[in-house]
Design a protein around this ligand. Structure first.
Ligand SMILES: *[C@@H]1O[C@H](CO)[C@@H](O)[C@H](O)[C@H]1NC(C)=O
Ligand SMILES: *[C@@H]1O[C@H](CO)[C@@H](O)[C@H](O)[C@H]1NC(C)=O
Length: 243
């Protein structure tokens, strides 16, 4: 019995020592602090123009040179404006890379979803928080016969890490992926996926949509207003003798 316990203890010590050694080799991209990573999300603003805010909280012992990547799918009901992203990258340092062209005008029912790489940056007020505030815009939806709101669900992002200058990442079972190194440097880097806790949920937002039952009054009203304005303008032109 005693021998068994002793053997067990020796085995444990070897295991722990082995683990610590791997940690050093991997520039600290492992260890307990990984389990304390938390991703929280929020949607700011109202109406068609919102902000999707994702915050990654790292524990106090996370490496300084840690780089974070969020891979986010967006449903077809919203879009990202690449021109706005370009100007935000200059003004606020927001780093987002889109995987495809975006049609800014297409309504929801003629669009595909989007897929983007988001690189959160350090929040100056909370040095352990990395945050990205990405503006998203609602697409027009078909009018509904219901309550006049369309609910959209945004899936949780996938989280990837890398540390600058560290050649090695953790071996399997970690998933490695090639993705742009940052919003400024589109060379490919290797990123290691971090499994987030299972309780990550969709975040939802509601967009106003037209009400089908108001079709006749809205069209009649618009037509009458247009006719009235034409009459007023024609009258003014006639009275002032521009013709
Ligand atoms: C989360 O949203 C996606 C689409 O954005 C949807 O396919 C999925 O069913 C939603 N999951 C839950 C649990 O509501
Ligand atoms: C982009 O990142 C790669 C990998 O870290 C690096 O080798 C390369 O020099 C960077 N390019 C620029 C322009 O910074």
């Amino acid at each position: 019995m005693v021998t068994k316990v002793l053997l067990c203890a020796v085995f444990l010590v070897v295991e722990i020592f082995g683990d610590t050694k791997t940690d050093e080799d991997n520039c600290d991209l492992s260890g307990k602090w990984l389990e304390s990573i938390k991703v929280t999300r929020d949607i700011w603003k109202m109406g068609f123009h919102r902000e999707l805010v994702t915050t990654v909280e790292c524990g106090p012992s996370s490496p300084e040179k840690l780089q974070t990547l969020l891979v986010q799918n967006l449903p077809r009901g919203v879009y990202i404006d690449p021109y706005q992203l370009a100007s935000l990258q200059q003004d606020t340092g927001l780093q987002v890379v889109l995987d495809s062209e975006v049609d800014l005008e297409a309504p929801a029912y003629e669009s595909n979803g989007l897929f983007m790489f988001v690189y959160p940056t350090r929040d100056l007020q909370h040095p352990r928080h990395l945050q990205a505030v990405v503006p998203i815009h609602g697409r027009y939806h078909r009018p509904s016969s219901g309550q006049g709101w369309e609910q959209l669900e945004i899936e949780p992002p996938r989280l990837f890490l890398r540390a600058n200058g560290c050649a090695q990442l953790l071996p399997a079972p970690h998933v490695l992926m090639d993705a742009p190194c940052s919003g400024y440097n589109l060379s490919m880097c290797k990123w290691m996926e971090i499994q987030l806790p299972q309780d990550q949920r969709n975040i939802s937002l509601e967009l106003p949509v037209g009400n089908q039952s108001l079709l006749v009054p809205v069209c009649t009203g618009t037509l009458l207003a247009t006719l009235l304005c034409c009459v007023i303008i024609a009258n003014a032109i006639w009275r002032h003798g521009f013709l």
